[in-house]
Write a protein that binds this ligand. Sequence first.
Ligand SMILES: [Zn+2]
Length: 230
Amino acid sequence: MPPAPPHTLTHATAALPPGALPAQPVLVARPELVVCDECDAVHGRIRLARGHVARCRRCGALLGRSHVVTTAGQLAFALAALVFLLIGNLSPLVALDLQGIRISVTLPHAISLTWRIGQPLVAMLATATALVFPAALILLRLYVLGFLVAGQVPPRFRFAMRALRWCTYWSMVEVFMLSALVSMVRSAGVADLVPGVGMFGYAALTLLLTSITASGLHGMWKRGSELGAG
Ligand SMILES: [Zn+2]
């Protein structure tokens, strides 16, 4: 994580002294507080000026970022991400032209082929990081944001938010995109590879997920606590 500009550090208040708060979910019950995802330090919530970020004073992790996207806007982003994920998996990823034979493969087909040629570990990693975790991340965001936009706290809100944080760590569509592009460049002299609609779907998904995860989860925690999550 890149270091924050020095002036942004002034926007995070000092960590509260240990023992000043109960050990159990202070953030959910106390919307005026922010708990660091990385080290659990507790900070007072402040309003950030546009373009500023707040970082933990103990470990430097991102606490929050000022942005103009509302909860409803985040829901729209998540819906768009779901559409691009479906396009990325249902449409051909690449078209391969090898000595006159043209083959189109989707991502699930490519993963299946990878498994069958004796690379199960690669196939499982690709499935997890490019398919399962991005899908879980998007569906969890749709679930939580759908309820929040409707003015309700979703059932099992805290569990869903923790699962969302975990999925964010393991969703690596940008690594997948980079690997796919490198593979295409390296295959240029052997076969004629043409990116398909699925590849463009994943490119758009990469941009969307980067934008979605950059804002962090604290806005959703705050909205949930304002609606009475406890
Ligand atoms: Zn921290």
